[in-house]
Design a protein around this ligand. Structure first.
Ligand code: SF4
Length: 367
């Protein structure tokens, strides 16, 4: 049963130097045409399922005008929701106004996700981000006053020339905000980004790792528990939407370049705006074998600190994990650990979690 929806709004007012996402400059009439196509896609695909989570991401959904943002919310109000649902939107601090916050609240959005990234002004400038500490503080206060009580912030670390002290300063600042969740990202310098073209070099691997452990430690001290490799929250504030992905549950992906997972297949929408506008939404379909499904179950599930529940795996696939995958060598090397109920990555090995995942990809199995 499909329980979640992701909607991609691929527009931004300015382009960040590190961004490799599917996005383009905001242009009023293009956005209007995009929203027409989005409505068509949703209406022709959605099968009236009741949803537990909805997530509007981008891009910067917040860069839309108030009228366009309301149109998105109206389109999504066609979707049925469970009584208890989580409804998140990604927001760029620099786009935010009190009117937009009130509109989101009025349409039932109950979780906000702000891209703060860092509060070091020099770094923000290099990243082509235009907010500052004061704007962050005032927007978060407004959000709280409007009635939002579940707020995530994204942080980026391993920025060029960043030090451990800088990271500590970012953490100290965000902990003064009324937030419930922190998502952390190590900067990746990817092709076709300004950073890549400018030859920006990342921090060393050792520094990246030191920053990772520092963040864990500092966030833990102030009550943010780690529940996934890069995600932390106050008790009870895990991202239910992201847990859909890590639990390998079904979801629709709507919009340019969005991906979805529906029974027996994963699909990815086109990245071409012209194709999307002409109604040719889906670009690729991956038909899944039972082994593929089991492999995804493990690779996604191991991202959670609790790991994969072996009983749940059996219940879903009528097979024991150990009869499908040969992971003994990974247990011996300490990259995995298991007890009667769970198979997981030990906390000390979270930074090298990719190594453990190799046990569950094709070619390394008993099928
Ligand atoms: S706001 Fe987000 S999507 Fe837009 S350019 Fe920056 S990182 Fe990319």
């Amino acid at each position: 049963m499909i329980q979640s929806v992701y909607v991609h709004i691929p527009f931004c007012r300015s382009i960040c130097s590190y961004c490799a996402f599917s996005k383009m400059f905001y242009e009023k009439s293009l956005v209007d045409r995009y929203l027409d196509a989005l409505e068509q896609e949703i209406k022709s695909t959605y099968q009236q399922e009741k949803l537990k989570t909805l997530y509007i991401g981008g891009g910067s959904p917040s860069c839309l005008s108030l009228r366009q943002l309301e149109r998105v919310l109206q389109i999504l109000s066609l979707l049925k929701k469970e009584k208890e649902y989580e409804y998140t939107i990604e927001l760029n601090i620099e786009d935010m106004t009190l009117e937009k916050l009130k509109l989101l609240f009025q349409y039932g959005i109950n979780r906000l996700s702000f891209g703060i990234e860092t509060v070091q002004q020099e770094q923000l400038q290099k990243m082509n981000r235009h907010h500052d500490v004061k704007k962050v503080q005032s927007v978060l206060k407004q959000a709280k006053d409007v009635g939002f009580s579940n707020i995530n912030v994204d942080l980026i670390y391993a920025l060029p020339h960043q030090t451990l002290r800088d990271v500590k300063r970012d953490l100290k600042f965000i902990c003064t905000l009324p937030i419930t969740h922190v998502s952390t990202y190590s900067l990746m310098i990817e092709e076709h980004t300004k950073f890549y073209v400018d030859g920006v070099t990342p921090v060393s691997e050792e520094m990246d790792e030191a920053m990772y452990w520092l963040m864990r430690e500092e966030l833990k001290k102030v009550g943010f528990a780690q529940y996934e490799i890069s995600n932390f929250c106050k008790p009870g504030y895990e991202s239910k939407h992201n847990l859909t992905y890590w639990d390998n549950a079904y979801y629709y992906g709507f919009g340019l370049s969005a991906s979805g997972y529906v029974p027996n297949k994963r699909y990815t929408n086109t990245k071409s705006i012209n194709q999307y506008l002409s109604g040719n939404w889906i670009k690729e379909i991956e038909e899944l074998t039972k082994f593929d499904e089991m492999s995804y179950e493990m690779i996604l599930g191991l991202r959670k600190l609790e790991g994969v529940a072996k009983q749940k795996f059996y219940h879903k696939f009528q097979k024991d994990v150990k009869d499908v995958f040969d992971y003994q060598a990974y247990l011996d090397r300490g990259l995995l650990e298991e007890d009667q109920n769970y198979l997981k990555i030990p906390e000390a090995k979270l930074y090298v979690s990719n190594e453990a995942m190799l046990a569950f990809v094709g070619g390394n199995n008993n099928e």
